[in-house]
Design a protein around this ligand. Sequence first.
Ligand SMILES: Cc1cc2nc3c(=O)[nH]c(=O)nc-3n(C[C@H](O)[C@H](O)[C@H](O)COP(=O)(O)O)c2cc1C
Length: 349
Amino acid sequence: MQMKPLKFGSVKIDFPVVLAPMAGYTDSAMRTLCLEQGAGAVYSELTSAEGIRRDSKKTFQVLETGKGEHPIAGHIFGRDPQAMVEAAKQVEQMGIFDWVDLNCGCPVKKVVSRGAGAALMKDLPLLGEIIEKVKAAVSLPVTVKTRIGFNNDTPNHLEIAKVVEESGADMIAVHARLAKNFHGGDPDWEKLAEMKQALKIPIIGNGGINTPEDVAHMIDATGVDGVMIGRAAIGNPWIFEEVKGCSSAFSRLMQEQPPKGGTTSPLNRRNMMVEHLKRLVKLNELKQRDSSRPHRYTPEEAACIQFRTHIPYYVKGMFDKKVLLMKLAHFLSVDAIIEEVDILVEKNS
Ligand SMILES: Cc1cc2nc3c(=O)[nH]c(=O)nc-3n(C[C@H](O)[C@H](O)[C@H](O)COP(=O)(O)O)c2cc1C
């Protein structure tokens, strides 16, 4: 079985294995690395509709994308239909996004306590109103990223799917966990299969993809039209390329002879870290150039601080990584990070 391109509205995702939005990780640096490694599409970082409405510069910075970053969704959250409409219009007017994605799955207290993100799964009439109004206001395709429910006492996955589709969304991406479980526990792929059966619009499945082989297993078990990878892509942008290798060998996989994944060498990981850091420095240079405020850190220092959360993923499984991770809090120069990484690479080669 080959993976077919995923189409909705004017969007065509040739290879429907996409990078999940992950606040604090999936900035332009990580997105471009994943696209270059084969990710079929990416999402902007989560952006507040109210922030866009207030024309906040900081909010717009979150939405910034690099050249050639396509296909990409502008990923927004909020609960006020008018704010969501205005934000979606601004996203469209920026001219850099291929579609508008409405967040309906974020379980973070700050978001849910305002009735936005995952809280929308508890108020389906409001979710439907937001989708309908946004859809009527923009010509870009409109999609929803949601979950299989908020908890066991609120509307279930099929009720959510029905409202999303009937309100006019062009595609739905579903994280197969309840919001109350955040990112823990086993994902429920059976619910993805039931949603796929019930829907006419395309569905992207998400949750629990740890290896390239898992992608094939999810498609086989659920029939979803595409797959979204989150945490397994942090410090591991190669996963998309590896999935591509697997997908052409899909039939082999189904005969239980899975091709090997996750074999990236320490040296390749080191080189990707250098590239990632370079891109983060550049992003921070651009940010600081566009802002008149004084900055506590130089672009390089800011990049090193942002990169700290990625390092444990890049060096996962490496022998003796403890020293590097212990020194992490003090690294403020690219050279210092790479020097320590080089020591680690040598030990692991
Ligand atoms: C650190 C982090 C930040 C996330 N931020 C967002 C977000 O901004 N918007 C969103 O829809 N989902 C967000 N998610 C959820 C992911 O998109 C994805 O649904 C989840 O991680 C499950 O996929 P995985 O098992 O492949 O990681 C985030 C997840 C993590 C771990």
